[in-house]
Design a protein around this ligand. Structure first.
Ligand SMILES: [Zn+2]
Length: 359
């Protein structure tokens, strides 16, 4: 009986060669790829410790989509207009706007705050040169985000939510001017933003659960509000307080003239140092609209540290002493921002028709 069992056919030989190749490739991958490296792509933007130093540096550096107007404008209303989590109204002593805090023990502490404003009519950027610097320096800050800005910059918002160093505050949906909006319009500007934060946080929590990532604790919704243009009325401040948010102004508008060089930044930082006091709240921007903010901050932070200051979030600052309350919003002196009422559409949003919150 003829047999071919000990002989291999050409097809069989080819099969063996392919299996052998597959085995070698698999062995190579298993032996050379570090455990956890495969997870990096799923956790591209991750909490400290979860990724390599190199990757870490990369995600805190500017990317093309961080440029001003790099993202196509989307003026549609928010998908979720009412947050699930509603804050209780504020007590009487918490109402009004906070200009700064007097630290109980006189500590040299201050809060850097950065607004991320975006009108209905265009998109702004995300200054990763600045945020990357703060992150590398371990410099705490409070970031007041517009709800529409959060939607345009979802990836960056989630990255910031993973970072305990930064606190997130509410900066209205599309930069509506609280002195010009109707009650319903102002409520919608605030609540749509609370809901957008909540939506992104839920999304992040869901993906963290799937990948096994541990997220730092974060509030269900922001507790702090920053007035667009610093504009308000007493009635508007009461509406904001009824929604449970504390209004945070500033005592130092830190961006004066545009800063174009390191020398100009050093001069501006020195001038600011003479005005800053313990408990100060500084107004700055991280949306790449004012120019030179990153240059200024890189000069200011070492100067303040050398003078003995340390940085904290507004939330932390409020726990350290008495908030100095006012019922009038302005930059340096009363009414210095009233001229802005007519420059950005009918109500600060850039729109020709008023924002009524019924869209
Ligand atoms: Zn703003």
């Amino acid at each position: 009986m003829p047999t071919t069992s000990l002989k291999t056919s050409p097809q069989c030989h080819e099969k063996k060669r392919i299996y052998d190749l597959l085995f070698r490739v698999t062995a190579f991958i298993l032996l050379t790829v570090q455990p956890g490296a495969v997870l990096c792509s799923a956790r591209e933007i991750s909490q400290e410790g979860g990724i390599s130093q190199e990757k870490h540096e990369e995600i805190w550096s500017p990317a093309p989509y961080d440029a001003k107007r790099a993202i196509r404008n989307d003026s549609r209303p928010a998908d979720r207009k009412m947050p699930v989590h509603i804050l209780p109204p504020l007590a009487q002593e918490e109402r009004g706007l906070i200009r700064n805090v007097t630290p109980e023990k006189g500590e040299k502490v201050l809060a850097l705050t950065f607004d991320l404003c975006e009108l209905d009519t265009s998109t702004t950027g995300c200054d990763m040169d600045l945020l990357g610097y703060l992150h590398r320096e371990g410099c705490a800050a409070t970031l007041f985000m517009g709800g529409k800005w959060m939607r345009s910059h979802e990836k960056r918002v989630k990255q910031i939510m993973r970072t305990p160093l930064f606190e997130i505050g509410n900066h209205a949906w599309s930069h509506g001017n609280a002195a010009l909006l109707t009650k319903k319009g102002l409520q919608a500007q605030i609540l749509w933003t609370q809901a957008e934060y909540e939506r992104l946080r839920e999304d992040l929590q869901h993906s963290a659960k799937v990948s096994g990532e541990t997220l730092p604790p974060s509030p269900a919704v922001p507790h702090l509000f920053r007035l667009p243009y610093g504009r308000c009325t007493v009635e508007a401040l009461q509406i904001i307080a009824d929604l449970g948010l504390r209004t945070v102004q500033w005592d130092i508008p830190a961006e004066g003239r545009p800063v174009r060089s390191q020398q100009e930044a050093a001069r501006a930082a020195k001038a600011l140092l003479s005005r800053i006091k313990p408990g100060s709240i500084l107004l700055l921007h991280a949306n790449r609209v004012p120019t030179g903010t990153a240059l200024l901050v890189k000069e200011l932070v070492p100067l303040l540290r050398k003078s003995g200051y340390r940085f904290c979030t507004v939330g932390e600052l409020l726990e350290m002493g008495k908030a100095n309350i006012s019922w009038d919003g302005y930059f340096d002196r009363p009414k210095d921002n009233h001229g802005l009422d007519r420059r950005f559409g009918v109500d600060g949003t850039g729109r020709k028709k008023p924002f009524l919150g019924e869209e």
